[in-house]
Design a protein around this ligand. Structure first.
Ligand code: PHE
Length: 448
């Protein structure tokens, strides 16, 4: 039984810390840009509310009603004769694979905090050179910041739920929110602000395709950290007398609002500079720094604030993907937390180095298999296969396998009979079917 528990607000900040990450500030704005804005945002919101939130509640339910690591949690709730469901708990492996490439990006961001402080690139061409040189040639710099990222992550997790995870989130999350609020108010004074609002909320069907729906659903999973035992494990360290439905709604809302606010800030800056919104992953690392430079002193301050916020968001997410594995080793294998954290971190740190090298000119050839390098493979395998698989397993487990009366008893007092019925439909039919569609599409089995 897990005794080291989050306080109520500690849990909300930590789970929001997990959810709010690169997905919100880096990925959401650029996929919105690539998929035409308004309609995409609408579909994304719909997916988050209908599928994301219902799976999120299911995950918190499983974690909080067992207070155990993910494997034990699935095992405890499985009915007799169906104990093989415990293997679903191993979805924490998805998280740990994510950690090895997510930390590489955390490293880039730490590097960009320094770049923002010391010398911002002066135009887009220069900004592209800075980014590409780091990515393709500068193995040392990347390794340095990647190692730093891993050390921060492992150190925090080794300290445990209260003194590590809760404490770090208590500092970083409010700071992140304050930075974003200030930047948001500043962006209101920019000439591109209304255009940004228009872009994000006015439907534009031109760039919107069926594949955009799939991207929206996939992103809803990634951004809410669901389907890989992360939220489950955090919820296992939750105080018993907290309203889990209310907490889930708060966290999901926070995650969504932050994504939208980040989008509005970034597009206000981009439109003010007269640039196009559809620049892909380079939006944050190439387009923004160059624009910040042109904005003079204010731009410089904004650049630092922006990359610090991004670093905070990314670190609080990265620690959350390590926790489930460590919790499993501590609870089931009786390994000390420190030993579990550092040994597992070291293994995946080494694995991540290969992913890092696979982006560089010197090693890309030997670390590319098929049409993807290792970095892209990790991303693809987790996003297209493992994460959706984890989501489906969880939805089926909660929707069909575990005792429905028990679930009803827990949830009806918190959400009422009507919403419980709706939730059950979502978890039994809507979530598994739509997630299956993403998987088939992303793996190329079905082309929508
Ligand atoms: N939700 C995080 C983000 O938006 C990423 C993440 C995925 C974190 C999976 C934990 C688990 O960046």
């Amino acid at each position: 039984m897990y005794t080291n528990r989050f306080s109520r607000i500690g849990f909300i900040l930590a789970a929001a810390g997990s959810a709010v990450g690169l997905g919100n500030i880096w990925k959401f704005p650029y996929i919105t840009g690539e998929n035409g804005g308004g309609v995409f945002v609408f579909v994304y919101l719909l997916t988050v509310i209908l599928i994301g939130l219902s799976i999120f509640i299911a995950e918190v339910l499983v974690g909080s009603s067992t207070n155990q690591d993910s494997v034990s949690a699935f095992e405890t709730l499985s009915p007799k004769g169906k104990k093989y469901w415990k293997y679903s708990g191993f979805t924490f492996l998805t998280g740990i694979i994510i950690l090895s490439f997510y930390s590489i990006v955390v490293g880039w961001i730490l590097n960009y905090v320094v770049i923002a402080i010391t010398n911002l690139p002066q135009n887009t061409t220069q900004a592209e050179t800075v980014f590409m040189t780091m990515l393709k040639d500068d193995i040392f710099t990347q390794l340095f910041y990647y190692t730093l990222a891993f050390l921060i992550i492992a150190y925090t997790i080794s300290k445990g739920v209260k003194k590590g995870i809760e404490k770090l989130n208590n500092y970083l999350m409010p700071t992140l929110i304050v930075i974003l609020v200030i930047m948001f108010f500043y962006s209101m004074s920019l000439s591109g602000f209304t255009k940004a609002l228009d872009f994000m909320f006015y439907p534009n069907f031109e760039k919107f395709h069926t594949s955009s729906v799939i991207i929206a659903v996939g992103h809803a999973f990634f951004t809410l950290s669901i389907g890989m035992a992360t939220i489950l494990s955090y919820s296992a360290s939750l105080d018993r007398n907290i309203n889990i439905v209310k907490a889930s709604i708060t966290i999901v809302t926070l995650d969504t609002v932050i994504a939208i606010v980040a989008g509005v800030i970034i597009f206000s800056v981009v439109f003010t500079a007269g640039q196009a919104p559809s620049q892909g992953p380079g939006l944050v690392f190439i387009t923004l720094p160059a624009i910040f430079y042109e904005m003079g002193v204010i731009g410089n301050i904004m650049a630092i604030a922006f990359f610090v916020a991004l670093a905070f968001a990314a670190i609080t997410s990265a620690i959350s993907v390590l926790e489930p594995t460590v919790m499993y080793l501590v609870e089931r294998k009786n390994i000390s937390r420190k030993k579990a954290t550092y040994s597992i971190s070291f293994i995946f740190y080494l694995l991540g180095i290969f992913a890092l090298l696979s982006n560089t000119n010197s090693f890309s050839e030997s670390l590319t298999f098929g049409n993807k390098n290792l970095f892209d493979w990790f991303d693809f395998i987790t996003a297209a296969i493992l994460m959706p698989l984890g989501g489906i397993l969880l939805a089926i487990f909660v929707g069909y396998v575990i005792d429905k009366e028990q679930v009803r008893k827990k949830l009806v007092p918190l959400m009422g009979e009507k919403f419980f019925k709706l939730w059950l439909i979502l978890i039994r039919y809507v979530a598994p079917i739509s997630v299956l569609l993403i998987m088939l599409n992303e793996t190329g089995i079905l082309k929508l």
